[in-house]
Design a protein around this ligand. Sequence first.
Ligand code: AMP
Ligand code: ZN
Length: 470
Amino acid sequence: MSRPTLQLYNSMSRAVEPLQPLDPAGKRVSLYVCGPTIYNYGHIGNFRTYVAVDLLKRALTYFGYQVDHVMQFTDVDDKTIRGSREKGMPLKEFTGIYRQAFLEDAKTLNIEIPARTPNATDHIPEMVELIQKLIDKKSAYVSDDGSVYFRISSFPKYGCLCHLDLSSLISGARVNQDEYEKEGIGDFVLWKKWVPADGDVGWDSPWGKGRPGWHIECSALSMGHLGPEIDIHGGGTDLRFPHHENEIAQSEAATGLTFVRHWFHVEHLLVDGQKMSKSLGNMYTVRDVLERGYTGRELRYALLSGANYGKNLNFTWQGMDDAKTALARIDEWRKRIGEAAIGAPALEEVTNASEQIKSIDEALSRDLNINDLLGILFTWIRVSNKALDEKSLSAAQAAGYCLAYDSLDTILGLGSAIITIPAEVQSLADQRAEARKSKNFPQSDELRKAIEALGWKVKDTAKGQELSRA
Ligand code: AMP
Ligand code: ZN
């Protein structure tokens, strides 16, 4: 079955484009995602972005790509330093608490943790090296305040991501904070000279003791781990300016190459239609949601469904209840259809699965169209439940639904892909376990063949036999 090409919205070109990996073999996709600043527990808005990235990563894997995924933890910036001082803790110990909390929350939401999750402070020499390169190329300068700044006028493409009009720029204006508004554009800081408020946080550099700016962290880590050009770079929409704009400037000024082929931005999560903020009392962590009696799965479902990643998503407690109801419906159906599939013949005879898998492929390839994916799933549920009520669904058709759902769930990550093992297969597997125990390998081989003839595969692992559909 030929598969459609994955089409994704690229916020640089502002168009949906086919993904064309840099890898000449078309197999590997490099994905860099801006990680959290670890000075507090992540809120559910942050996790909307990471759940959406997880959907992207699972979709890439589903389409057969080998995903090289890196996400850094920002463990040094104004906020982390301020937080550690307020708590009277060393920076590393303070940020370590929130790094661990993030990983736990990600696990609660069944987010696949990227293979590489470097801490920014473990890569200061690479940042220093990159800044030096920019100084050598006259794209950066040491200012009279002792910090190092990127010279925006040296990079004519500056503003390409956000389509900024730089004609009104005040030449020579500088910004020393990591975050600022578009009205405050100026040469931005790459290396901040140490000040007493930094306490014992600081590293030696050719420009004296100091620390990196936030933006240079991601340029150095992305290029250090994935090379000067990557396929996809992602984050929440608020990172477009100034963070990603600055990352492009730093990286491309240093290498002369196109830093990123495809920009993936996730729009914001709103709560009851409003921006989340501490003062409105509507900023919830994953832990707050669990405390109200919901599960991580239900929150994952609520964050995934409702709106495509490119649109704002409105979080409500009613939405959480709807997620609970929807998941209960999916689970109940998956159990029922699994039982109806018992005794199904070998998979070649499962005729309806390829049609269903084709519809998943198509919806997913249209910019990860979650509404269509869930629409397809609930249509399967409705149609097959009706057929089961009317006793008109064969075991082979039921097995097709199981196969299609389990495949869809590798992307949704809801974890309701219960594999129902037919009693006949289980009995053969039990006999085989006995045969292996008594070292009767010829009999064990015979039993393996009998299991395979029923359309199942058996794998011997340290934990015993594992059965899966062939
Ligand atoms: P931060 O720790 O502030 O760097 O944020 C981590 C990630 O969460 C970034 O990709 C942000 O863009 C993203 N983010 C922040 N607020 C929201 C929100 N309300 N909805 C979705 N993503 C968000
Ligand atoms: Zn970043």
